[in-house]
Design a protein around this ligand. Structure first.
Ligand SMILES: Nc1ncnc2c1ncn2[C@@H]1O[C@H](COP(=O)(O)OP(=O)(O)OP(=O)(O)O)[C@@H](O)[C@H]1O
Length: 465
């Protein structure tokens, strides 16, 4: 997003200046102006909307995006609060006397789950599902909390939407036993919640809360990453004369397909509004993104919007094979250094493990991460994970390590099986490459990841000098 907000046009205008109370859902392709229009709508609702102006919460998933928005767009808008979801939920629970300073389990969570698995394994030796990796249990608990499941029977009967290969009902009691053991161990540590539980706790607290609501309007950006419970709690956070405006792109969804709007607490009268124009990417980059989203493993049965591209032509995405990973890394840094003199450039990685190396090589570059508090203006180098780049955009994006044995991440393959892992990781890669406005450089060594389309006309293949 730019620092000056563009004038809404077409469908954007209809959403931004909508006066009715109630709920609106906007679905749009990457770069269709969802974030910029979320900000424009939030500012209009906060201060300018005749008769319906009132305290407004703009909530998003990505903390780096919150920093960007506060710094560049909404710093002087009274009546508007920009927060990420967890800050909102924590603050609300604290205001209800339901959140102490040390109530959330953080890094210790993994050890607690390990201990819980070991405990249940001792009870049921030889049960196969209990041998699944920690990441599997973590993911399953995340899903349960996100869908507001708090008892075993509901889990056993659940249509486990969002997992390619559902877990057999016969296996579920064992997984649930691990969840209960984890809860008990967590309680013994004096922690009431983990991050995944906050939405469920907030939703329930709102249900019992009859006091006047703090916010009249809620605007949700990057809505595809919000769990059902998060969306329900946000819908419950406004009173009956308020509005919820939800912006999302299901092609960028991390995982889990969506439920009906109604079951998410959203009362959408006329169906979702579609944003179809892609204002960010050149046709060359957009074409690659569309080809990726058409790959068979990019499974989806919901509202993907085919983009109409409005930007001028640019160079083809560049695909370069290097002899080895250290060379890839060196070249990515060198290219970022060079491009960063005249434009914004981001080097994006699947995993966090490269952060220290980049920071050693590029001490003035900005790492995209949760605690980012300032946002540099002008040409600059940024770096971070695909996740951390959500919602952001850069003139150039460099994606090293698109190697066959690194993407999809083997940890995800082990946890979810190859089909599910491909589907999830393809979405992440889609996020990463749609951050590029004009230049995109993809690097690999050995064999290229099978997540990328193979049509040679989508790339300019070059060889390293
Ligand atoms: N009406 C418009 N006129 C000109 N430019 C626009 C308009 N709407 C959006 N843009 C530009 O399009 C780019 C993408 O916008 P934005 O980041 O809001 O998209 P998005 O839908 O949130 O993308 P993503 O979901 O991929 O993060 C920005 O540079 C923005 O300024």
């Amino acid at each position: 997003m730019p620092s000056n907000l563009p004038e809404p046009v077409g469908a954007q205008k209809n959403v931004v200046y909508l006066r009715d109370s109630g709920h609106v859902v906007v679905l749009g392709t990457a770069g269709s102006g969802k974030t910029t229009m979320a900000v424009t709508r939030a500012m209009w609702l906060a201060n300018h909307a005749p008769k319906i102006a009132g305290p407004t919460l703009l909530v998003t998933f990505n903390k780096a995006l919150v920093t960007f928005l506060r710094r560049n767009m909404v710093s002087r808008t009274p009546n508007l609060v920009v927060e990420n979801y967890h800050t909102f939920a924590k603050g609300y629970l604290a205001s209800r006397g339901m959140m102490g300073r040390r109530d959330i389990v953080d890094g210790e969570k993994y050890q607690l789950i390990e201990n819980a698995i070991a405990e249940v394994q001792r009870r049921y030796p030889g049960v196969g599902v209990l041998k699944r990796p920690l990441r599997f249990f973590e993911d399953e608990f995340h899903w349960l909390a996100g869908h507001g499941v708090t008892d075993e029977q509901t889990y056993i009967n659940a249509d486990r939407i969002g997992r390619g290969r559902p877990l057999m009902p016969a296996d579920r009691p064992y997984v649930y036993a691990v969840r209960e053991a984890y809860w008990r161990l967590r309680r013994e540590l004096g922690k009431r919640y983990d991050w995944d539980d906050l939405a469920l706790a907030a939703r329930k607290a709102f249900e019992e809360d009859e006091s006047p609501r703090r916010y009249r309007h809620v605007v949700v950006d990057e809505g595809q990453d919000f769990s059902p419970e998060m969306i329900r709690s946000l819908a419950a956070a406004v009173g009956s004369n308020g509005t919820v405006t939800f912006f999302g792109d299901y092609a960028q969804q991390m995982y889990g397909r969506r439920l009906s709007w109604k079951s998410l607490g959203l009362n959408v009268r006329n169906g979702a509004v579609q944003f179809e124009q892609n204002y960010r990417n050149t046709p060359q980059i957009a074409r690659l993104a569309v080809a990726l989203s058409n790959m068979p493993f990019f499974r989806d049965d919901v509202d993907l919007v085919e983009p109409k591209i409005v930007k001028a032509d640019g160079p083809l995405p560049v695909l370069v094979e290097y002899p080895d990973r250290p060379t890839q890394f060196r070249e990515a840094i060198e290219l970022a250094r060079r491009l960063g003199r005249s434009m914004t450039v981001a080097v994006l990685f699947r995993k966090r493990e490269h952060d220290a190396d980049v920071s050693a090589q590029l001490p003035f570059a900005t790492r995209l991460h949760k605690k980012l508090t300032t946002w540099p203006l002008g040409p600059n180098v940024f770096y971070g994970t695909y996740h951390a780049a959500k919602g952001l955009e850069f003139d150039a994006v460099i994606i090293p390590f698109c190697d066959h044995d690194l993407l999809p991440d083997p940890v995800e393959v082990e946890a979810h099986g190859p089909g599910e892992a491909m589907s999830r990781e393809a979405r992440l890669l889609y996020v990463a490459l749609t951050r590029a406005k004009v230049r995109l450089h993809i690097m690999y060594s050995g064999k290229l990841t099978s997540l990328l389309p193979t049509d040679p006309s989508l790339f300019q293949r070059t060889t390293p000098k």
